[in-house]
Design a protein around this ligand. Structure first.
Ligand code: BG6
Ligand code: MG
Length: 217
C-alpha cells in the first residue's frame, strides 16, 4: 500500500469532545445574553479556541478588547476542562482502539494532528498516548487549519513525504489542510456535510488495514 503514515485529528475523530465544547460555549453565550445553537457550534469544528470565541462574539454581536477576549477564552477553557477531567476510556469513539492496534501491527506510523491545546491531557485521560509515534497539537503550531502546518509537522517528525500520509478528519477545514499539504484524506462523517475527501466513513467500526490497502494500493 502506498500509505506509510496515518495522521489523526482528535476532536470528533478519536473522541466526541464537541459536546463538551458546545456546553461550555453555550453557557458563555447565555452569560453574555444571547443563545448559541447546535448549528452555530458546527462553525467551531476544527477552529482554534481564540478564533472560536471571536465567531461566538460575532454571533452575539458583541465587541470585546483583546485583553477581555483572553479572559473569556480562559474562562471557557476552565469550564471545558471540568468535562475533560471526567473523561474515561469509554469516550473513545467505537472502533478507534482496534483500528489503531491494527495499523500498528501492520507497521503503519501513527501521529496526532490537532488544533487543541488540551490534546495531550485528553490522550492521557483516555489512555491512548502510547498509540501515537508523534503528537502535534495547538501548542506546537501557529497557523490554523486549513493551513497544512499541523499535518506537515507530523510528516516531518515521522520523516515521511506528505504523499504517503493519510489524514482522518471530521472538519472541512481539516480536510482542506490535508489537501493543501499534498496528503490523502478520509472524511469522518457524511459527504452531505463534507467535501473533497478521497473517501467518507461514518466512523471506524468497519475500517481496517485490509480495506485501506484496497483504497490506496
Ligand atoms: C479543535 C476543536 O480540535 O480544537 C475545536 O474541533 C476547538 O472545537 C479547538 O476549539 C481548540 O481546542 P482547545 O482544547 O485548545 O480549546
Ligand atoms: Mg475535529
Amino acid at each position: 500500500m502506498k500509505i506509510k503514515a496515518c495522521l489523526f485529528d482528535l476532536d470528533g475523530v478519536i473522541v466526541d469532545t464537541a459536546k463538551f465544547h458546545f456546553i461550555a460555549w453555550k453557557e458563555m453565550a447565555a452569560e453574555l445574553g444571547f443563545d448559541f445553537s447546535e448549528d452555530d457550534n458546527e462553525l467551531l469544528k476544527g477552529v482554534s479556541r481564540m478564533r472560536s470565541l471571536e465567531i461566538l462574539l460575532d454571533i452575539g454581536k458583541i465587541t470585546r478588547t483583546d485583553e477581555e477576549k483572553l479572559i473569556l477564552a480562559e474562562q471557557k477553557n476552565r469550564r471545558y476542562l471540568e468535562f475533560v477531567y471526567q473523561m474515561t476510556d469509554d469516550e473513545i469513539l467505537p472502533g478507534v482502539t482496534r483500528f489503531l492496534t491494527d495499523l500498528r501491527s501492520n507497521g503503519m506510523l501513527i501521529a496526532l494532528g490537532s488544533a487543541s491545546k488540551n490534546a495531550p491531557l485528553i490522550l492521557d485521560r483516555i489512555h491512548l498516548k502510547g498509540q501515537f509515534d508523534e503528537i502535534v497539537d495547538g501548542n506546537a503550531v501557529s497557523k490554523a487549519k486549513p493551513d497544512p502546518e499541523v499535518f506537515l509537522r507530523c510528516a516531518s517528525l515521522l520523516k515521511v513525504e506528505p504523499s504517503v500520509c493519510l489524514v482522518f478528519e471530521d472538519a472541512q477545514a481539516g480536510i482542506e489542510a490535508a489537501l493543501n499539504g499534498g496528503m490523502n484524506v478520509i472524511g469522518v462523517g457524511s459527504s452531505d456535510n463534507l467535501s473533497l475527501a478521497d473517501h467518507y466513513i461514518p466512523g471506524f467500526k468497519k475500517l481496517d488495514y485490509e480495506l485501506l490497502s484496497k483504497w490506496y494500493n
